[in-house]
Design a protein around this ligand. Structure first.
Ligand SMILES: [Fe+2]
Ligand SMILES: [Fe+2]
Length: 145
């Protein structure tokens, strides 16, 4: 059983985000599987690429709605990417056993972090989008919060 599985509690009823969040769960599960028998560098790079696109999408929505650039939602995204890139940089340059430990802690940490982030930060973003009638499929517009 993976450290994180998709479940109804993770759904936020915003189709673009729910599909993206299922992709996050899949990318994390692929990294977890790679710890047993795969190429963890490739799986971690794939997870980082996913997160770059995923977080950029949410941040573009926040900017379009006038959210403060430095708010905690932006900073949580940045911290996750910093940690994941740091672990990626250690693969191949540090002893394999230590790297395995970093990867295991990264998987468990992200599996714990993601439901909280989705249910708090991302749910608040969706709430703001509904309140402001912000349509992410339309051309970006600037509205005040
Ligand atoms: Fe998200
Ligand atoms: Fe987010």
């Amino acid at each position: 059983m993976p450290a994180l599985s998709w479940s109804a509690e993770l759904a936020l009823a915003q189709p673009d985000l729910d599909v993206t969040h299922q992709d996050f769960v899949d990318a994390l599960a692929a990294l977890e599987r790679s710890l047993e028998d795969g190429d963890s560098a490739a799986a971690l790079q794939a997870l980082i690429s996913h997160c770059e696109a995923h977080f950029s999408m949410e941040e573009a929505w926040m900017r379009a709605m006038g959210f403060e650039e430095g708010n905690c939602h932006f900073s949580q995204h940045r911290q996750v990417l910093e940690v994941a890139r740091d672990v990626l940089g250690r693969i191949g340059s540090e002893p394999a056993e230590e790297v395995q430990g970093y990867l295991e802690r990264l998987v468990l940490g992200l599996a714990e972090w993601f439901p909280m982030h989705a249910q708090q930060m991302d749910a608040a973003l969706i709430y703001a989008m509904q309140e402001l009638k912000f349509d992410p499929s339309a051309a970006p517009v600037t509205v005040s919060v």
